[in-house]
Write a protein that binds this ligand. Structure first.
Ligand code: ATP
Length: 500
């Protein structure tokens, strides 16, 4: 595209002066696209850019509003190419440091090309605001999808997480972290492909203080890793693993792990990520295989060391459940409420079965009690007349049977599962991943003493003043030599060395 005016040299590659100032016009005014329109840093001051022309991009409508700013649907005038333009509200374009940081991150994001990542293709400053141009995804983000349809099937949710993990592994392999994985940042396109948004944005723009709208902070906090909530600057890919686990939980249950009313304040939500266990998935539905619930639990572990060792291992664990074909119809099928309705029907069916079973159990218990009372009377009567009761033996057996029956009923109703040792979480992944402790992990307590085993990731042993899982990793990316054999990936990304 034609850059109307550039301070210094054009292009993102000019680190010393990244401020490409784009002109703003109203489409009705005659604009010669090839003409250098001169510097324009103070065009439309309005917060609504619809109907404006930024460079060659004809801004048509607002399609989203997030913590970082607004997202518009736009069309490139000459190429007639649909794009999404994100106008970032929270970057101070007069602050050289934050501009440089933004440019560094944007450059990385622009060079990573992967079929599950949304490509960033352009960027600059307009009206004193930073903006980014990305591919327009013709589809729906996961937050909207689940709000519309209700929780997804195991196959659908697993496929979405599989594809997202695939993209995130590519990001890790390129020494980057996303830092803001959540349903609103993952889109499903009309071909059934997952597309991850906003790579690199979290680090550059959002600091807690710069966000004023509590609801938006809360939305982001629903998916934040405990160590990221404590110190967001020193996290590694395992923070994204945790956020992906929260997203998986959301897809399966329709709600984020800590979104109950007790966690309605910022502090209580962060505390919940640090300390609490989310309600078990089986409390919402019973059709999720144990291997999948175990995987979610492991991804949500408070300690990064006890999460899966890589995104590849998440893909490996999910490949038996993920079904690519299941996604394409999610957007098109009109039976949008099938899942929800099906779930409600299943729930009411289950309720009915529970009521019948409860009634039968109560009747049997009442009858047994009657028999026991009767036997007790008989026993006392026979003692009075000096006879040895012949039914003494069977009376004891009846009591034992009844106790066992009551125990079985209790197990049935509480849903306690007796899990064989080999199925316990931890056998799921490679030996680098330690058995999750049954003790709840507080980020402020040491979870693994040096004598209990070697650090799992190969990172240097953490200093004693901080718990191990809040330690910054030695490298910002996954250490080499610990990646399990890669499953056959469905899409391969490339890293471009030059901005294109
Ligand atoms: N490239 C795109 N193509 C199509 N729709 C998009 C695109 N980028 C964003 N959107 C839509 O705009 C919505 C808002 O996006 P945005 O990333 O600004 O906000 P958010 O994800 O809700 O919050 P945050 O800014 O904290 O990430 C997305 O959820 C999505 O529906």
């Amino acid at each position: 595209m034609v850059v109307a005016s550039v301070e210094g040299k054009a292009g993102f590659s000019e680190v010393s002066d990244p401020t490409i100032q784009y002109p703003i016009h109203h489409p009705s005014s005659s604009v010669d696209s090839f003409q250098d329109s001169g510097l324009s840093g103070s065009g439309a001051k309005s917060d609504n850019w619809s109907g404006q022309l930024i460079g060659q991009y004809d801004i048509q409508r607002l399609i989203g509003q997030g913590a970082y700013g607004q997202v518009y649907y736009a069309v490139h005038r000459w190429l007639e190419l649909p794009v999404a333009i994100k106008v970032l509200q929270h970057i101070d374009t007069n602050d050289r440091q934050s501009l440089d940081r933004f440019q560094r991150e944007a450059k990385i994001a622009a060079r990573l090309r992967h079929s599950n990542l949304v490509r960033c293709t352009d960027g600059g400053i307009v009206g004193g605001k930073m903006f980014l141009v990305t591919d327009f995804v013709d589809g729906e983000d996961l937050r909207a999808l689940v709000r519309r349809r209700g929780p997804l099937s195991v196959a659908e949710a697993s496929e979405i997480i599989y594809q997202t993990a695939n993209a995130l592994q590519f990001i890790v392999d390129n020494h980057t972290i996303h830092r803001d994985i959540k349903p609103a940042n993952i889109m499903l396109d009309s071909n059934g492909n997952v597309r991850v948004l906003d790579l690199g944005l979290a680090r550059c723009s959002v600091t807690g203080e710069s966000l004023t709208e509590t609801g938006q902070i809360m939305g982001t906090l629903d998916y934040i890793a405990p160590e990221q909530a404590v110190d967001s600057r020193h996290v590694d890919f395992r923070a994204d693993l945790y956020s992906l686990g929260c997203t998986f939980y959301f897809l399966l249950t329709g709600q984020a792990p800590f979104s109950t009313t007790e966690n309605s304040t910022l502090a209580s939500k962060i505390l919940a990520h640090l300390e609490a266990d989310p309600p078990p998935i089986k409390q919402f539905r019973r059709d999720v295989p144990r291997a999948v619930t175990t995987l979610v639990t492991q991804m949500l572990n408070k300690s990064p060391d006890l999460r899966p060792s890589s995104f590849d291992s998440v893909c490996n664990a999910l490949s038996p459940y993920a079904q690519h074909d299941s996604l394409a119809r999610l957007l098109t099928k009109s039976g949008d409420h099938i899942n929800l309705t099906g779930r409600r029907a299943a729930e009411s069916g289950l309720k009915w079965v529970n009521q019948v079973v409860g009634g039968i159990t109560a009747t049997v218990v009442a009858l047994l009690r009657l028999v026991l009372i009767g036997l007790g009377f008989l026993e006392r009567a026979s003692r009075r007349v000096g006879q040895q009761p012949s039914y003494h033996f069977s009376f004891r057996w009846l009591k034992s049977l009844m106790a066992l029956g009551v125990l079985a009923c209790a197990i049935w109703f509480t849903g306690i599962e007796i899990i064989p040792a080999e199925n316990l979480p931890g056998s799921f992944f490679e030996s680098e991943t330690a058995e999750p402790s049954l003790v709840k992990h507080s980020p402020f307590t040491q979870t693994q003493s040096p004598s209990q085993g070697q650090p799992l990731t190969g990172d240097a042993a953490p200093p004693m003043h901080r718990p191990p899982h809040l330690q910054p990793p030695a490298h910002p990316h996954q250490p080499s030599g610990h990646v399990p054999p890669r499953p056959p990936v469905r899409s391969q990304g490339v890293q471009y060395n030059a901005y294109q």
